[in-house]
Ligand binder design. Structure first.
Ligand SMILES: [Zn+2]
Length: 378
C-alpha cells in the first residue's frame, strides 16, 4: 500500500472550514503541513478571507513558547488569519477529516535571522554572507534547529517530521529577484560559491582554509572574468583530498543534527529531504545515501526535474540504500496530466511513498491530476 500525501500551508486550513475536506477529497491520507517555513507569496484559491498570502519573512507556525528559546528564535507570522497556534489548529482540522498530519520543518533557511545575526550565516570564500542561509556548523544554529524539533515534538502528537534544509543552503536561493544568471556560472562554480568558510566551518575543516579560499576565488574569478570553466566537480577544481574533507565535514554536521533530532523525536519518524550527491547544498541536503547513519525513517527525493532523470535517480537511490524512499513530486509543473504515469514509474523505481507539491497551490486541473495519481498507484 503506497502512502500518498500532499504538502500544504497552515493558511490553507486556518479560517477555511472546508479546506480539510477538500484535501481529503484528493484521496490522499497524509498532509505534510508547514510548521517552520521561509518567506513565500502564495495563492489561496478557495479561502474565505484571502486570495494571496505574502509571508514576508521566515516564521514558525507552531506555538512559540519564549521561555524555551535561547539565542536564535523564530518569528511568529503576522499574515493571513491570525491564530497563536496555527499548526495546532490546522492539524486538528486535518485529523477531524481523517487525515494524518506530519510536520514540514525548514531548518536553516531564514533571511530574517540571517540578516539580524550575520555571524551565523553561511560565508563564502570571498567573506560574503549568504544571509538567507544559516550555517548548521554554528552551535547557535544547531541549537535553534533542534529547539524547533523539540518544540514541535513536545507540543503536538504528529507521527512524523519532514526535515528540509537540514544542512547548508548554498549559492542557489531561488529568490524572485535573482540577477545572477547572466554570469553563466557553471554548476561547479556555484558549488564552489556554496562552500561555507565561516569560523565554525573553518575550525572543523582539517584544511588550510586561507589557501582554500584563495584557490576557490581564483577558479571562480577565472570563470566569471575570462570564461574559463571551473571544472566538472569540486574534486576537479580543488583536488580530491580537499573535496573529500569538505564532504566529511558536511556529513558529520548533518548526521549530528539528524541523530540529535531523532533522539528528541522518539518514536516519531524523521523524513529527511536529501540527495545522493555530497557536492549538493540546498533544501535537499547532499549526503551519500549509502551508509548514512543514523538512518532516518525515509529519505525524501525531489523528483521535480526531467522525468527520466528523476526515475534514474530513484532507481540509483534504491540500489544504494535500504532506507525507504519518498518521492516528492511536483503537481505544479508544465504537464500535470502526466502526473499519474510519473507517480507509477517512481513507485516501480523504488519509491514507497509519494508527496505531491502542493495541495493548497494546485489549480483545479492540478488537483485533478493529484486525484488521478492517487487512484492510479495503490
Ligand atoms: Zn559555516
Amino acid at each position: 500500500m503506497v502512502r500518498h500525501g500532499a504538502f500544504a500551508y497552515t493558511w490553507d486550513l486556518v479560517g477555511d472550514p472546508s479546506a480539510a475536506a477538500r484535501f481529503a477529497d484528493l484521496g490522499i491520507d497524509t498532509v505534510t503541513l508547514q510548521a517552520a517555513y521561509h518567506s513565500v507569496r502564495a495563492t489561496t484559491a478557495w479561502h474565505p478571507a484571502h486570495r494571496v498570502v505574502h509571508a514576508d519573512h521566515a516564521a514558525a507556525y507552531f506555538r512559540i513558547r519564549p521561555e524555551r528559546w535561547r539565542g536564535l528564535r523564530p518569528l511568529a507570522p503576522t499574515w493571513a488569519v491570525d491564530d497563536e497556534d496555527r499548526f495546532g489548529t490546522a492539524t486538528a482540522a486535518l485529523s477531524a477529516a481523517g487525515l494524518r498530519a506530519e510536520a514540514w520543518v525548514v531548518l536553516t533557511h531564514s533571511s530574517v535571522l540571517g540578516r539580524s545575526a550575520p555571524e551565523y550565516a553561511v560565508i563564502n570564500a570571498y567573506g560574503e554572507a549568504l544571509n538567507y542561509a544559516l550555517c548548521p556548523a554554528q552551535p547557535a544554529v544547531h541549537d535553534y534547529a533542534l529547539t524547533i524539533v523539540q518544540e514541535i515534538c513536545e507540543q503536538y502528537d504528529v507521527p512524523a517530521l519532514m526535515l528540509e534544509a537540514c544542512g547548508w543552503l548554498g549559492f542557489e536561493h531561488a529568490c524572485q529577484h535573482e540577477k545572477t544568471s547572466g554570469a553563466d556560472l557553471s554548476a561547479c562554480a556555484r558549488d564552489l560559491l556554496s562552500i561555507c568558510l565561516c569560523p565554525a566551518c573553518a575550525a572543523r575543516l582539517s584544511l588550510d582554509v586561507p589557501q582554500l579560499a584563495a584557490d576557490i576565488k581564483l577558479v571562480v574569478d577565472r570563470e566569471l572574468q575570462e570564461g574559463i570553466g571551473a571544472g566538472s566537480n569540486l574534486a576537479d577544481a580543488l583536488g580530491a583530498e580537499r573535496a573529500g574533507a569538505i564532504y566529511r565535514h558536511r556529513r558529520e554536521v548533518i548526521t549530528g543534527l539528524v541523530r540529535e533530532a531523532g533522539a528528541l523525536a522518539g518514536d516519531r519518524e524523521l523524513l529527511l529531504m536529501a540527495t545522493d550527491d555530497p557536492q549538493v547544498t540546498g533544501p535537499d541536503v547532499g549526503v551519500g545515501l549509502s551508509g548514512f547513519t543514523p538512518e532516518p525513517a525515509a529519505f525524501v527525493l525531489k523528483c521535480w526535474d526531467d522525468e527520466e532523470a528523476a526515475i534514474a535517480r530513484m532507481k540509483a537511490a534504491a540500489a544504494r540504500t535500504g532506507v525507504p524512499l519518498v518521492a516528492n513530486v511536483n503537481a505544479l509543473g508544465e504537464r500535470p496530466s502526466e502526473l499519474p504515469a510519473l507517480a507509477a514509474r517512481l513507485v516501480s523505481a523504488g519509491a514507497s511513498e509519494l508527496r505531491y507539491y502542493h495541495a493548497g497551490l494546485a489549480s483545479p486541473a492540478r488537483q485533478a491530476a493529484i486525484r488521478a495519481a492517487v487512484q492510479e498507484v495503490t
